[in-house]
Design a binder for this molecule. Structure first.
Ligand SMILES: *[C@@H]1O[C@H](CO)[C@@H](O)[C@H](O)[C@H]1NC(C)=O
Ligand SMILES: *[C@@H]1O[C@H](CO)[C@@H](O)[C@H](O)[C@H]1NC(C)=O
Ligand SMILES: *[C@@H]1O[C@H](CO)[C@@H](O)[C@H](O)[C@H]1NC(C)=O
Ligand SMILES: *[C@@H]1O[C@H](CO)[C@@H](O)[C@H](O)[C@H]1NC(C)=O
Ligand SMILES: *[C@@H]1O[C@H](CO)[C@@H](O)[C@H](O)[C@H]1NC(C)=O
Ligand SMILES: *[C@@H]1O[C@H](CO)[C@@H](O)[C@H](O)[C@H]1NC(C)=O
Length: 649
């Protein structure tokens, strides 16, 4: 009887969330990199057994890389049937793949305990750790956590040469998915610069469906390289989908022939256009843009995707290329357009004119940025001169909820127009400074909102530092470059100063910047022009200081001789946090009574670390993000009943 009851409780625990959550399997996010933390609720151990069947056919993707670059070696590594693998990829069984090519892998997925897995057998080599096995060898198809579980069951020590079962991440369709005609789930291995919409477009799948399958949403869609994204498929995937760019339909390679030689950039581009005009990719990506816009604007009615703009995209895009770019720039340009057309909407100039009342001063937000209404949704439209392909390219490869989203472009009369999502609450600078509170009394933020904003910024910068290729340093942190959306979540804007972290800082950026936002720049940058990701860490330290004190950095500088961190000295001296008058004096008076003192002290210590004169002594952005995340969680727990101090909402 007792065991029966236990069983019931257990089954309820197991089944209830699966039934109640309509979305399917949680996306793993960055958790795969933190091998010490086990968090089964976010599926680091595998996808939950929530499908109709306990066993099913499934697919994986793998990126060919020596020594795993032939049909045989990949089949062996991933325990796949070589005959089926070669057929699926339309190559012979003896074929080799080019490095970096996406290979489709058929597999059998089955439920073991709570999680689905496909078994691979791996022979341990010296120097292997669970992380390198999962991430480097299996490229993220498994996780260190899952490998660790297998390992802990072994009674003998792991030594090079011993065999280990590596559970690969796979899943079977759920009841909801099966009802929608989904027959397979493909575990797609994400690589640099991809977004949910670009991956969905590869397989001709609706972006919204892919988001739902991974419990992602239009609010939370950031994905990271070397993790898996489930793509729901109604048919077997095929090689014509995975080789980019898709070949023209008339000359698809016959089955069992080696892969076609890689075409030149120009051909690629033409192929791409044909592919795009063919419709699938563009339709779904426009679908996503529309989807995004509508959801952002409180889920108004979704207008039908506009396929007709495909030809428009062709015209608008070809024009500047036809003009006076030299050959080198031309191919760069082509390449950047290649990626633009895959995920951006190209607007007609007339559309933007009517959106902004013919660019009337009434619609001017600031500088050359206009507020417009497109299909009933608000957008920010930025008019730009010159070659903006670099900025467009960067904006088009970053996909993070806290980095402003470029939704479309337009080219007219030698100007580019970039169309961005609109953040209704405007710049952070309107919200945090005390003197501005006095003028606009109802504009202020509570403690939790402030910490959330700092965390958003840290997450976005961590993404730029560690999850884009090449890594970027943002360099332009200041409160006016952070916009707030309707839920007071941060969106970073203005990427024109962002630099690849590998390259050197141009003099241009240096001189220009010292004029602009001196208070935010780190000492090593001001003195030696040194650019590293630690520059942004310093900048975030300054921003957090402003957020906590409600004072502008200039005002804070008035108090100190040299190092900004000196403003913290008084507060940090006091040991007893509960009776810390210095803390009360330090924190924005608007927050009095609203913040937990010991958490405020943690933030102040974090700021102190970020402002360290020695860049190498500063924490990295990932650590900052983790600390803020803890502060936020604890603040929410401490003060659930916090009064919302924002009346303006
Ligand atoms: C596990 O992940 C969930 C969802 O992200 C989170 O709420 C929870 O705090 C995590 N648990 C641990 C122990 O990290
Ligand atoms: C591999 O697949 C082929 C075709 O589906 C099948 O004939 C063959 O028996 C399979 N081989 C193994 C080892 O399962
Ligand atoms: C996968 O391996 C585990 C042992 O690690 C085993 O229990 C399970 O039966 C295997 N699954 C399949 C489908 O072979
Ligand atoms: C994970 O593996 C990839 C190659 O598969 C490598 O490029 C990347 O640097 C690895 N990540 C880490 C954190 O080592
Ligand atoms: C590994 O150990 C866990 C419990 O420690 C057990 O539930 C699981 O079945 C074991 N797996 C294998 C393959 O022995
Ligand atoms: C579940 O298995 C049955 C029998 O093999 C099959 O007919 C059905 O299509 C499967 N359902 C799904 C959703 O895969």
């Amino acid at each position: 009887m007792a065991s029966m009851r236990l069983f019931l409780i257990f089954s309820l625990l197991l089944i209830f969330p699966l039934v109640s959550i309509k979305a399917q399997q949680p996306y793993i996010k960055k958790l795969n990199t933190n091998c010490r933390v086990r968090n089964a609720s976010t599926s680091v151990l595998g996808y939950a057994c929530n499908g109709v069947n306990r066993t099913c056919e499934a697919y994986l993707t793998f990126r060919s890389r020596p020594p795993y670059n032939t049909v045989t070696s990949i089949s062996n590594l991933l325990n796949a049937n070589a005959t089926q693998l070669s057929q699926l990829n339309s190559v012979s069984e003896t074929a080799a793949f080019g490095t970096g090519e996406t290979v489709l892998v058929p597999t059998r997925c089955s439920c073991l305990g709570q999680f689905y897995q496909a078994n691979a057998t791996y022979v341990i080599q010296s120097g292997d750790t669970p992380f390198t096995i999962a991430n480097n060898t299996f490229e993220g198809l498994s996780t260190c956590h899952a490998v660790q579980v297998e390992r802990s069951n072994l009674t003998i020590d792991i030594y090079p040469g011993s065999r280990l079962t590596v559970p690969l991440r796979c899943a079977c369709p759920t009841e909801n998915q099966a009802a929608d005609g989904i027959r397979y789930l493909l575990s797609y291995l994400i690589t640099w610069g991809q977004s949910v919409s670009s991956i969905s477009a590869i397989f001709g799948v609706n972006t919204g469906v892919t988001l739902a399958a991974n419990q992602l949403s239009e609010q939370d869609f950031t994905i990271y390289p070397f993790t898996t994204l489930l793509v729901p498929l109604s048919d077997q995937p095929s090689r014509s989908q995975t080789i980019a760019p898709p070949p023209p339909p008339t000359t698809s390679p016959p089955p069992s022939s080696p892969p076609p030689p890689t075409s030149s950039v120009d051909n690629k581009w033409i192929y791409m256009l044909i592919g795009v005009l063919g419709g699938v990719a563009l339709t779904s990506s426009i679908g996503f843009a529309v989807f995004w816009f509508c959801f952002l604007q409180k889920r108004k009615q979704i207008p039908p995707p506009m396929v007709s703009s495909a030809s428009q995209s062709f015209e608008a895009i070809v024009k500047p290329g036809d003009k006076k770019l030299d050959v080198d720039e031309d191919s760069d340009f082509m390449e950047s357009l290649n990626s633009i057309a895959q995920s951006l909407k190209v607007y007609k100039f007339e559309e933007l004119k009517s959106a902004t009342q013919d660019f009337s001063p009434n619609c001017l937000i600031k500088g050359s940025v206009y507020k417009g209404t497109i299909n009933g949704d608000l957008a920010a439209i930025k008019k730009m001169h010159g070659d903006v392909s670099k900025e467009i390219q960067l904006l088009n490869t970053i996909h993070h909820h806290n980095l402003i989203r470029l939704s479309g472009v337009c080219f007219n009369d030698s100007h580019w127009y970039l169309v961005f999502e609109f953040a209704v609450n405007g710049p952070l600078s309107d919200w945090i400074y005390q003197d501005e509170h006095e003028q606009t009394t109802n504009k202020s933020l509570n403690w939790i909102q402030r910490i959330q904003i700092a965390l958003d910024v840290a997450n976005a910068l961590d993404y730029l530092h560690s999850y884009t290729t090449p890594p970027y340093v943002y360099k332009n942190l200041e409160s006016s470059n952070i916009l707030l959306d309707d839920e007071f979540r941060a969106k970073i804007i203005n990427f024109d100063l962002a630099r690849s972290a590998e390259g050197q800082a141009g003099q241009f950026a240096l001189t220009r910047h010292i004029v602009g936002t001196r208070g935010y720049m780190s000492p090593e940058y001001l003195e030696n022009g040194l650019v590293s990701t630690k520059l942004d860490v310093y900048g975030l330290g300054v921003l957090m200081l402003e957020i906590v004190t409600g004072k502008h950095v200039y005002e804070l500088y008035e108090k100190v001789k040299k190092n900004l961190s000196e403003v913290l000295d008084d507060v940090l001296e006091v040991e007893d946090t509960d009776e810390n008058q210095k803390l009360t004096d330090f924190v924005d008076p608007f927050l009095q009574g609203d913040y937990p003192p010991h958490l405020a002290m943690s933030v102040i210590r974090l700021i102190d670390g970020c402002l360290d004169k020695d860049p190498s002594a500063r924490p990295d952005m990932n650590e900052v993000s983790q600390s803020l995340s803890r502060v936020l969680t604890t603040s929410q727990a401490v003060d659930i009943s916090v009064t919302i101090s924002v009346q303006g909402r």
